[in-house]
Structure formats: C-alpha cells, structure tokens
Design a protein around this ligand. Structure first.
Ligand SMILES: [Zn+2]
Length: 243
C-alpha cells in the first residue's frame, strides 16, 4: 500500500487520540475509586451487622435493668405497706410477722440494688460499644460518600473529554484516505495501529528492529506503507527514524 508521508504522519495523531479515547473510556467505566468503594461497601455491611448485634445486646441489658428497677419499686411499695400495717398493728404476733417480712424485704431490696448497679455498669459499657461502632460506621460512610462524589465527578469529566476526543478524531480521520485509514483500523486491533520509527526502534512495541528489516525499510519508497515485523503496526518514518 502507498500513502503520502503526510497522511502516514496523520496516523500518529489518530493513534494518539485512540489511546486517549481508550484511557478516558477506562476512566469513565472504571473510575480509580471503584475498587475502594466496593471495599467500603463490604466493610460497611460488616460494621452494620456488628452494630445491629451490639444494639441488640444493649437493648437486652436495658430491658434487664428496667425489670430490676420495677422489682425494686415493688419491694419498696411492699415495705411501705408493711411499715404502715406494723404501725397500726395491735396483735403482737401479727407485728412480729410483719417485722420479719420487712427485714426479709430489706435484704431482697439490697440484693436487687446490688444487681441494679452491676447492670447499670453493663448498660454503660454496652452504650459505649454501640457509640464506638456507630463512629466506625460513620467514618466508613463519610469516606464512601466522598469517594462516590469524586468518582461521579471523574466519570462526568471523562465522559465529556471522551466525547470531545471522539469529535477530534472524526475530524482528523476525515483527512486521511479511506484505504490507509482502513489499514490502520485493521492493524489497530492487535497493535497500536501506527507508531513512529525512532532510531531503529518501533515506538509501538519498543522493539529494536533487526538490521535486515531496517535495510528493507531504508530501500522502501517514501510513500510505501511499511509495518513493524514484531507488532504489526504501521511504521511511520521521519527524520528521527535513524535510517
Ligand atoms: Zn512494533
């Protein structure tokens, strides 16, 4: 195939635009934050599970405390009632029985209050554990929200840039003869499509061409389309090609 050196050089611009289009496409479909965001989603789920468990434990301890408090109130009420009855008692036997019950209720109340103190301590611990877990969850949520906002902005920017690059490419591609563009497109499937030959090296695959291939390229006409024997891309020659 033959094509003017100028058209061949234009292929380098197209290859560069294609690389940038690929890059923006990757940025659009796979923003750099994506991996961390899905990591955070998993972490958040785990933290939420733990928070639910801790909240359940705390609620159980609170229920236990409420039960003890209500028992204490009951015992207090009975002690007051017995004290009133004792004050009004005329029968010594009845008075003795009441005194006995009051003493027993006092012991019961003291035991309940000890238990109450213990459970209050556990409620405090459980509250602190829930608060600490909530703080962890909040940190994860904050990081996730910030990254998602950033990712959305990056995707929007990449989408806009990608559209601009596609328009640029269309304009540049329109200046290249269709057969040459077709040749580039075919070769671009498995290589960079077109690359500069610089000091005997293919800039597409970074291979230093063997002297036999370089000799062949040297002998080729200026408008001959030559390709890299290694990667298959069109090799564009300039003054820097070192031929
Ligand atoms: Zn190559």
């Amino acid at each position: 195939m033959n094509a003017s050196p100028e058209h061949q050089r234009t292929l380098l611009d197209i290859a560069d635009l294609d690389r940038r289009i690929d890059r923006t496409e990757r940025a659009r479909t796979k923003p750099t934050q994506a991996a961390r965001i899905s990591e955070l989603v998993a972490i958040r789920q785990e933290q939420l599970r733990e928070l639910t468990a801790l909240t359940g434990t705390r609620d159980d301890v609170r229920t236990e405390l409420a039960r003890i408090e209500s028992d204490v109130a009951l015992v207090e009420k009975r002690r007051e009632r017995d004290a009133d009855r004792l004050a009004a008692a005329t029968n010594p036997k009845e008075a003795q029985a009441l005194e006995h019950e009051i003493a027993s209720l006092a012991r019961r109340q003291s035991d309940l209050e000890d238990a109450q103190l213990d459970v209050m301590g556990r409620v405090e611990d459980a509250d602190a554990a829930v608060a600490a877990q909530q703080a962890l969850l909040d940190t994860t949520t904050t990081e996730g929200t910030a990254l998602t906002t950033q990712a959305k902005a990056d995707v929007a920017a990449a989408t806009e840039l990608g559209a601009q690059l596609v328009r640029d490419r269309e304009a540049v591609a329109a200046t290249v003869p269709a057969p040459l563009l077709g040749e580039y497109t075919r070769r671009a499937v498995n290589s960079s499509g077109a690359a500069l030959l610089t000091r005997g090296t293919c800039e597409g695959c970074r291979i230093v061409l063997p002297s036999t291939d370089l000799n062949e390229i040297r002998r080729a006409a200026e408008d001959a389309v030559v390709s890299c024997p290694e990667c298959g891309c069109i090799l564009v020659r300039t003054e820097e090609s070192g031929l």
